[in-house]
Design a protein around this ligand. Structure first.
Ligand SMILES: N[C@@H](CCC(=O)N[C@@H](CS)C(=O)NCC(=O)O)C(=O)O
Length: 237
């Protein structure tokens, strides 16, 4: 089966949390808006015949299923590509961690758009500075500390976050590390010094041959100031 991924064509954004596991397992997929344009994506999203419309991209078409919400898409991919535990307890746990990653992404987004997504960054710069300060000083250490604990309690000898092999939580943690390094290089250097297990997971993911090939390809969009992880020097420490 060839999946159809619907996401904004010029950013990594939340879509990258889906692209990475698809690439890691060598799944066939069409990145619809990148090949056919945004109107093709909006046509599907707004199709009145669709019984499961998404509130926002990304969403994934898998045969007859159209699945929205990153964590929900990954729940599906985890089951179908051996990227999550098989037991009920394990599936729920991976999903729980991923839902926390969803929360984390919302907070990262709000560092540059604390007032409204409808306003430009330049129109909320003052608030963005205050928000980022609180994010870097309080929220980031709390999230990273929790992810560290998740990995430590898992106890995998190699260092995986869930069980003893690659899961979609690992690919998402990789994206967090890459995104933080891009957006807040100074603050991240300090914070990751206290998070060796997360760095290890990120390194393990980057060393996966298919991920490595993907990162070097033009399918990997470069970070930029339209995505979730944006670099504004004035916001970094
Ligand atoms: N919780 C959703 C968030 C989806 C989301 O916010 N998508 C953004 C792009 S990253 C979007 O297009 N939002 C449009 C909107 O909220 O109106 C998920 O994890 O998939």
């Amino acid at each position: 089966m060839t999946y159809r991924l619907y996401y904004w064509p010029k950013i990594q954004g939340r879509g990258e949390l889906v692209r990475l596991p698809l690439e890691a397992v060598g799944a066939k997929y069409v990145d619809v808006a990148r090949t056919a344009g945004v109107p093709a994506m909006m046509k599907v999203m707004k199709d009145p015949r669709l019984k499961t419309p998404s509130f926002a991209p990304p969403f994934l078409q898998a045969g007859k299923l159209v699945i929205g919400q990153v964590a929900n898409i990954l729940l599906y991919l985890g089951d179908h590509h051996d990227l999550a535990p098989k037991t009920e307890a394990g599936r729920l746990w991976a999903h729980q961690v991923q839902l926390t990653i969803t929360d984390f992404f919302a907070e990262v987004h709000d560092t540059h758009h604390p007032i409204s997504t409808g306003l430009y960054y330049e129109d909320q710069k003052h608030e963005a500075k205050r928000r980022t300060r609180a994010f870097l000083d309080e929220r980031l250490p709390k999230f990273l500390g929790w992810f560290e604990d998740v990995i430590a309690r898992n106890g995998s000898k190699k260092g995986w976050s869930i069980g003893n092999q690659l899961t979609y939580v690992d690919t998402s943690l990789f994206q967090i590390v890459e995104g933080l390094r891009y957006a807040f290089p100074k603050a991240t250097k300090k914070r990751l010094a206290d998070a060796p297990r997360i760095v290890r997971v990120s390194d393990l993911v980057a060393a996966q041959p298919r991920v490595d090939a993907y990162l070097a390809s033009d399918r990997r969009i470069a970070f930029n100031e339209d995505g979730i992880f944006r670099h504004y020097a004035e916001l970094d420490e």
